[in-house]
Write a protein that binds this ligand. Structure first.
Ligand code: B16
Ligand code: MG
Length: 212
């Protein structure tokens, strides 16, 4: 086998919480009279909560905001977002993802999560994957956000494998950049499917089985 472990991004790869992120940021931006649309939203893919807020505030024209106010805004967005996550269930995990994960596991590969989200464990619990992965590296154990490779390097460390032996699956260009920076091969899916820096270009989740 070409790899010993597969590291999955969460939002946009295993499940689709991106629309919930968008709607929560949109509600906050509307309240602050900040222009925000799906084009700007694409820049938030894989980016941490506070870095996402800074991108949204690029178009903010109101009075200066202190760090405490920014924290309050980020928390407000997260509260709205969490309400949507509460509505998720195992039905939000597709058969294709479930079957592919099981097939990869049956091949003897270690499976890990590498996500920027601080809500990772809650999301995995909602979709019925609590306890499924061999390791979880997420927004709670990193200090630098993608495109920094920290989240994937930690995931590789947690499964006791070298980056060259791990394949990263990502829907964000920032995530593929992070994989490349850390010495990993990266498979792009969704928004990153055509990204030139990706080692593999996936048209569907089950395509992972062709490359491991
Ligand atoms: P949270 P991923 C990322 O998840 C999202 O793509 C990004 O939009 C979000 O800002 C980030 O998680 C942080 O999420 O606010 O829940 O900590 O794609 O890295 O799985
Ligand atoms: Mg993602």
């Amino acid at each position: 086998m070409k790899y010993k472990a597969v590291i999955f991004d969460l939002d946009g790869v295993i499940c689709f919480t991106d629309e919930y992120h968008y709607l929560a940021w949109k509600e906050l931006a509307d309240e602050l009279n900040i222009p925000f649309d799906r084009t700007i939203n694409e820049r938030l893919r894989g980016v941490s909560r506070m870095d996402s807020l800074e991108i949204i505030l690029e178009k903010y024209t109101g009075p200066a905001l202190s760090d405490e106010e920014k924290e309050r805004l980020a928390t407000k967005k997260n509260d709205i977002y969490r309400k949507s996550l509460e509505k998720m269930s195992p039905a939000d995990l597709s058969d294709e993802v479930k079957e592919t994960l099981n097939a990869l596991r049956n091949k003897g590969l270690k499976l890990a999560i590498g996500s920027s989200s601080k809500n990772t464990k809650f999301i995995l619990q909602r979709i019925g994957l609590e306890g499924f992965f061999d390791a979880i590296s997420d927004g709670t154990n990193i200090t630098r956000s993608k495109p920094d490779p920290e989240v994937f390097l930690k995931a590789a460390e947690f499964v006791l494998e070298e980056p060259k032996d791990c394949l990263v699956i990502e829907d964000a260009e920032a995530g593929i950049d992070a994989a490349v920076a850390g010495g990993f091969d990266g498979a792009g899916i969704g928004s990153a499917a055509k990204y030139s820096k990706a080692t593999y270009h996936l048209s569907s989740f089950k395509d992972i089985l062709k490359y491991v």
